[in-house]
Design a protein around this ligand. Structure first.
Ligand SMILES: Cc1ncc(COP(=O)(O)O)c(C=O)c1O
Length: 400
């Protein structure tokens, strides 16, 4: 019999009752060190006092009004994002996949309004993830995402990750935009090098094609800059944001230049909840904290510390791990043992990490994780790695 919850998730049998900072506590009082942060959502950890205050204050005043009316908190958050980024304008969504929907619509509408009605193709890269909506799965294109859901939204091409020659060849008169995650998340924490991002920008400029960055996972301070593309010194025309911007409250956004957004006039797009007063009260506070230079400097320092310790972990457990990769506090442990085995051992060691493609385990801790929690994380990851080593040795003995 089908469960009352549609069984689309492979859930582990863990239920949390409370969270504080980088820790989650089960009903039974068991404490887990959270290095997943809701897959890069809880950017400031659990129950951050400033976020609790922001949402409580707003909840006592006004939860929701329609976008039929002015929403001052939404305006303030848009102004702040415009001030701090390449963007001239912002639309608020509830999720990353809704941001993808709008990014695709915006790119196509741009060319439509230019009179170029055939210019609809969007080029993406293998291993990417842009959400679970019809545009999201078509944009990413992986078999696991798309099988059984056809006919897929047409007009998407996928190129091998990092193949810029293929990109040059693939761009044609019908190309509307290129979409790329500056650091692939679900695909296995695969950063696009700064040089490659620069080149992609140049290729798009030469061909007169729009460039969409998907910073749903890698944005909002995660890599140690407010947005990951800042490391490469290039800007997109359109950017998708979600996850961390709401700190745990559902909030996403599409940021764009005035030119790229020029087709999105009144009546072309909308969202009932997008950017409601509750979401924007939290988002405004998250942005205020995360965009502070001193905060970002700390993210970089913690990232250096965690990475150095992870390199040590990998060196100590060569049968379990292959390497560390990623950027800032968006780190991947490329495993030699099956990542699912290492993940189970992590659960047993009361530490939460997140599986990703390419046999990687993701570490996406709260951006304000304490140094002592980084040390605790390493102890627990070490315990997990030892357990996997013991299991490998037992298996080898049995096979001998
Ligand atoms: C890079 C990227 N884009 C888009 C999405 C979709 O976001 P959401 O799950 O909020 O729809 C995700 C979610 O994991 C993501 O990592």
């Amino acid at each position: 019999m089908i469960p009352s919850l549609l069984p689309t998730y492979n859930r582990v049998p863990l239920a949390f009752a409370e969270g504080q900072g980088s820790w989650l506590v089960t009903d039974g009082g068991e404490r887990y060190l959270d290095l997943g942060a809701g897959i890069a959502v809880n950017a400031l950890g659990h129950a951050h006092p400033a976020l609790v205050e922001a949402i409580t204050d707003q909840a006592a005043k006004l939860w929701h009004v329609s976008n039929l009316y002015e929403i001052p908190g939404q305006q303030a958050l848009a102004d702040a994002l415009v001030e701090k980024t390449f963007a001239d304008t912002v639309f608020f969504t509830n999720s990353g996949t809704e941001a993808c929907e709008l990014a695709v619509k915006m790119a196509r509408k741009y060319w439509y309004d230019e009179g170029d009605h055939d210019c609809v193709e969007i080029i993406g890269f293998e291993g990417s993830f842009h959400g679970r909506s019809s545009a999201g799965i078509a944009a990413a294109g992986g078999e696991k995402l798309t099988t059984g859901f056809g006919p897929l939204l047409p007009g998407f091409t996928h190129l091998p990750f990092g193949d810029l020659d293929a990109l040059k060849d693939a761009i044609s008169d019908t190309t509307a935009a290129v979409i790329i995650e500056p650091v692939q998340g679900e695909g296995g924490i695969r950063p696009v090098s700064d040089a490659d991002l620069k080149q992609i920008r140049e290729i798009c400029d030469e061909a007169g094609v729009l460039l969409i960055f998907d910073e749903v996972q890698c944005g909002v301070g995660r890599t140690g800059k407010l947005f990951a593309h800042e490391w490469a010194g290039v800007v997109p025309d359109i950017m998708m944001v979600a996850k961390g911007i709401g700190g745990g409250f559902p909030l996403g956004a599409v940021l764009a230049t005035e030119d790229a957004a020029s087709g999105m006039v009144a009546g072309t797009h909308g969202s009932t909840y997008g950017g409601n007063p509750l979401a924007c009260a939290v988002g405004g506070k998250v942005l205020e904290i995360v965009s502070d230079e001193a905060f970002l400097a700390e993210v970089n320092r913690k990232a250096g510390l965690l990475r150095q310790k992870l390199e040590g972990l990998v060196a100590e457990h060569p049968a379990v791990f292959d390497s560390v990769r990623g950027s800032g506090l968006m780190l991947g442990l490329k495993c030699k043992a099956p990542n699912t085995d290492v993940l189970s051992a992590c659960y047993d060691a009361d530490v939460l990490v997140v599986p990703a493609g390419d046999n990687v385990l993701r570490l996406l801790p709260a951006l304000n994780i304490d140094d002592k929690d980084i040390n605790a994380a390493l102890e627990r990851l070490n315990t997990a790695a030892e357990a996997v080593e013991t299991a490998i040795a037992a298996q080898e003995e049995q096979d001998a």
